[in-house]
Design a protein. Sequence first.
Length: 248
Amino acid sequence: MKRFLASTSICIAALTAPAHAFDITAMNDAERAALQEEIRAYIMANPQVILESVNQMEAQQQEQQAVDDLALVAANAEALFEDGFSWVGGNPEGDVTVVEFLDYRCGYCRKAHDEVADLLSSDGNIRLIVKELPILGEASTLSSRFAIATKQIAGNDAYKAVHDALMAYGGQPTAAAFGRLAESLGLDGAAIVAKMGSDDVTKEIDDTRALAQRLAIRGTPTFVMGGQLVRGYVPLDAMKQIVDEARG
């Protein structure tokens, strides 16, 4: 009881004294120990305050991340929306632009693929830009090289066909296999395979990787919806909500 009264008197003195008068460093060892014990007792009796504190900290971090991401998107707007080489689908004149950074070997990218297609079919006013970001090893890089080479050789419609096929592809990711896949789609497989290792294809991948680094993107899929950077898989309903917010 004496310890409680002593620590209570310390706290009351701290609260009633002028703001500039209380100096915790001026407490002696006994006073500091008493205060620490009361703080510990309070936390033990009210453990929820720790969770509340953590939640508050996480909310503040998320708010700051959102602000930082808006600045990153604005600073890299030209590379995001008008790079001159990324495939553009949906409605090219749409009032909201969705950019997707993807890897064909990424399970969540494959899961998001159909939902992005549903988003475009249900909302005819979205412009989609696809950014090839192979991050899961050589198989991913070969897949992106195949898709980009197809676009450079045969154009946007051919790229879309290959893009969709790669999202469902379960075979070996080799140049020979991709050549056969191209032939099955009515494309010149030999010409596309020959293009896969070209400097032009390498430059697109390198430029997109550099953009992803500037945006602090560390995984796929990552989306830019309107001006908002969305890291990770997003279900269809959430995509629709973000697009609506962008329009608002």
